[in-house]
Design a protein around this ligand. Sequence first.
Ligand SMILES: [Fe+2]
Ligand SMILES: [Fe+2]
Length: 490
Amino acid sequence: MQNITTTLKKLFYLWRRSQVPVKHSIKISIIDNLIIFLVCISISIISSYKLLLISPLNIADIFSWLFTFTEILISSGILILVSKIENPTISSRQILFILILLLAVQATKLALASTISPLSMIIPPALVISQGMGTITALAWVSIAIFSWPEPTVAINNNLFLILLACSSVVSLLGGRIRSRAQLLQLSIFIPIGSFLSQCLLMGKDKIFPINKQDFVLANGDIFSDSLMLAIVMLFTILFIPIFESIFGLLTKARLLELADKENPLIRRLSLEAPGTFEHTLLICGLAEEATRMIGGDIDLIKTGGLYHDVGKLHAPNWFIENQDGSKNPHDELDDPIKSAEVLQAHVDEGLKFARKNRLPKLIANFIPEHQGTLKMGYFFQKAKEKNLDINEYYFRYKGPIPQSKETAILMLADGCEAALRAMNINASDKEALETISNIIYSRQKDGQLDDSNLSKGEIFLIKRAFLNVWKRIRHRRIQYPTSKNNTFS
Ligand SMILES: [Fe+2]
Ligand SMILES: [Fe+2]
């Protein structure tokens, strides 16, 4: 009978492992959904109401309006869907941000279509969206902004349309990859220059080549001022990006890299007040970075998230083994496993407080609770059992949540493997190291910690190989090179 139960359990476990868990996106409240819906309706009205102002109005015009209205409404819905797929943890504030930008562009088209070039209206918001929400969301936003013109009588000529499409696509593609404010500045100079040159080349109103010299001379001033205007608006946009970051919780690459600076006051404090934790942090960042590279995840995100994952230990550094110099362990003096477990949980709670105080973006703060998930504090649970305390295992588990993204899951695995790899004998073989890594990862899998992370079996295999590669590097560093008195030149 016991064999059947074990087999069934095994089968169930194997079945569960073979399933790629469905990603649960963040729940948005009813009020937020209502606001988002109202903004979508406003975008649709602004983009289509001019069709109803024709007189005399006939049934075909009403159908034409209804068609445009529905088209924009559906497009806005698709935009939200695309942004949710690209950013599974997107918040309602961020969705509203994208929609408000679309609303603003449609309103600007209505009010200033004849005075401002469409380049200055569409390219700067595309830059902000690609920076904060990613390339695909920016491309989806750009396609709606370019194809929908609220004023039926205003139509941009084909060449300008092509230039607009090319420039905004380039900005959307490059914007998501830009890693510093300096590169942003370069983009905001090169895109206007590029648009100026391409407009000069494609000048004939609807002709593809600049055959008509007169057109070129007449429009030259306009093109120059349009491109200058684009450069000015882009520069202003760059100035405003940090404000958008803090209001809407956007996480740009530049912001990520700024946060990853080890001179950051909080990281500096960690290195001074909890040097052991700081060393542990650097090592797990190395492990996690290698694994994330292997599976094609967000390396900048995990490097920064990894740096902050244990900042909560600053509340009581000497209660954590890596900061004890071996003299005395406060947990031994306390001699209360439940209280010790509370101290361990506090490094998560205090970490979240530090994150709030230092205005860390949500995606970075998520690493703090998720790297511990609902893991069992095995050592103290064992101590409690030894003391015959009748206590529920629940009190010896972290409060969670379990990792909700591949990156936080990798950090949890790196966190688990770090101490074991550091303690491993220098002469241990690759096979032994891989076995240790596999055992740790398997125990977390079995415990259900990776259920929401979306990591596939193949990716877990790659993560193990990546950790092994880092271990090999560590081992290589620890090997003492033979020195000779005569050989001091290298
Ligand atoms: Fe931790
Ligand atoms: Fe840690």
